[in-house]
Design a protein around this ligand. Structure first.
Ligand SMILES: Nc1ncnc2c1ncn2[C@@H]1O[C@H](COP(=O)(O)OP(=O)(O)OP(=O)(O)O)[C@@H](O)[C@H]1O
Ligand SMILES: [Mg+2]
Length: 261
């Protein structure tokens, strides 16, 4: 997916500075309209910053970001974000948390009711509509965060380490649930993760960033068939890709291994 004409997201020469700190310096990236692009890179290299810029929450100092040809200068209604730490309103029920964005957009009540019900069903939280976040497990809260993003039917979904605060078993479950959700309704997605396995499992491409400032160190095409199930993780292609991404991340240009942060 290199042709800008087909891309949903085009990041061109993105530069961002926090004071004296260059975080992004001339970063280029595209995401196709039904493509999942996994992003990996060392801690602090600028992954969240990049996502926030695409989400219109941070402004670039140079370069441009376009979504379906529209320049991103503020948050766009066609983009939703899922964060590592859920970000639910503790004082609102699950139902109200998920309905919040649609209410802000003044959607009719019956439309809100049906879309929220569908999103809750999609993430497997039926029966918990009236529960408050503190009454839900971490995995359930993350499902709720996901439902809140999906209910908006985004054209681009930005996911910032969505499963990293969750235990290993639930995380694996959520990875496959997310893949099933995408199979039903394919959309463009940027998926930031620290886990190489997860990056390969989810992505059509894995973009390896190096910092600082953040730049693209390597791009790996993931030609594993979809729909993907558990059998894919033991396939030779998967294992080979995982190795390649590992080396992209940790091998220093000079030959010695980079320190893992
Ligand atoms: N609001 C801010 N003000 C100043 N510096 C910031 C701000 N947000 C992030 N930074 C700095 O920008 C750099 C990139 O941060 P960012 O959060 O994007 O990294 P990251 O790749 O997401 O890291 P992690 O993998 O740990 O989540 C870091 O050096 C961080 O200290
Ligand atoms: Mg981050």
């Amino acid at each position: 997916m290199t042709e800008s004409a087909q891309a949903r997201l085009v990041v061109e020469n993105a530069c961002l500075r926090y004071g004296a700190l260059d975080v992004l310096a001339g970063l280029n990236l595209t995401v196709g309209s039904t493509e999942i692009v996994s992003i990996v890179g060392p801690s602090g290299c600028g992954k969240t910053t990049l996502l926030r810029c695409v989400g219109g929450l941070n402004q670039l100092n140079g370069g441009t970001i376009h979504i379906d040809g529209q320049r991103v200068e503020k948050p766009l209604p066609s983009v939703s974000m899922v964060f590592q730490h859920f970000g639910l309103f503790p004082w609102k029920s699950l139902w109200s948390n998920i309905a919040y964005g649609l209410k802000l957009r003044h959607r009719p009540k019956d439309e809100i009711a049906s879309r929220v019900a569908e999103a809750i069903e999609l993430v497997g939280l039926k029966g918990f509509e009236q529960s408050y976040p503190h009454q839900l497990s971490g995995g359930m809260q993350q499902r709720a965060g996901l439902a809140r993003a999906l209910v908006m039917e985004p054209k681009l979904l930005l996911m910032d380490e969505p499963f990293s605060a969750i235990d290993a078993q639930t995380r694996e479950q959520l990875q496959f649930e997310m893949l099933r959700i995408w199979d039903r309704r394919p959309t463009a997605m940027m998926f930031v993760t620290h886990a190489i396995d997860e990056a390969v499992l989810m992505g059509d491409r894995v973009v390896v960033l190096a910092g600082r400032p953040a730049h693209v160190r390597a791009v790996r095409e993931v030609n594993l068939p979809r729909p993907r199930d558990r059998s894919v993780v033991s396939s030779p292609e998967f294992i080979k890709l995982r190795e390649q991404v590992w080396h992209d991340l940790f091998d220093q240009p000079g030959g010695t291994q980079a320190r893992v942060q």
